[in-house]
Design a protein around this ligand. Structure first.
Ligand code: HEC
Length: 160
């Protein structure tokens, strides 16, 4: 083989190596992008919020199943267009009712608000919550979920 031929061959080899490296790099970037998107969308579908206890998660699931989230938000952030009050920070807060009186949102208040929604009407909402017969287990789980939305994490919930 002549010198030129050898140089040509070496140049071809280098070009092949560069191509291989480029393709390899591209594949790596693609895989990384897929992983990043997958991780990001998993965060979305679980809807942001505090970590929940088992009962709290059951309450969240019940709220989705019973369409409460349509008016109160998928993460308890409140419904669009004032359709329902937010649950985040509700537990333990003072709620003003439409007759001007106030009430502390404790467990009893939350249970009543779900079981007998027309007993009290929160000020500022023209819409009334629909009355529905909800199994007690779901009511208690949802109340637990609302309690956990008021606190940083399940371990901080007392008297549950
Ligand atoms: C059609 C919309 C709608 C749906 C569906 C709905 N709610 Fe409501 N909810 C409201 C509105 C409006 C209020 C505030 C007015 C009132 O007191 O009735 C409210 C009030 C509440 C309150 C008291 C909130 C506060 O700030 O004091 C709780 C707790 C509650 N809802 C839980 C639930 C649960 C649990 C479900 C599902 C089983 C549910 N809601 C379904 C509209 C809705």
């Amino acid at each position: 083989m002549s010198d030129r031929a050898r140089r040509n061959k070496a140049a071809q080899q280098r070009a092949r190596n560069v191509r291989r490296a480029l393709i390899g790099g591209l594949a790596l970037v693609t895989v990384l992008a897929v992983v990043v998107v997958a991780v990001a969308s998993r965060g979305d579908s679980e809807a942001s919020g505090p970590p929940l206890s088992e009962l709290g998660q059951a309450g969240k699931d019940a709220a989705v199943r019973r369409s409460c989230v349509g008016c109160h938000g998928r993460a308890g952030e409140g419904g669009a267009g004032n359709s329902g009050p937010k649950w985040v920070g509700l537990y333990g807060s003072t709620v003003t009712l439409d007759d001007g009186t106030t009430v502390v949102a404790d467990r009893d208040y939350l249970i009543e608000a779900i079981v007998d929604p027309h007993a009290k009407q929160v000020a500022g909402y023209r819409q009334k919550m629909p009355v529905d017969s909800i199994p007690e287990a779901d009511v208690l789980a949802i109340v637990q979920y609302i309690q956990e939305l008021a606190t940083p994490g399940p371990t901080a919930v007392s008297g549950a």
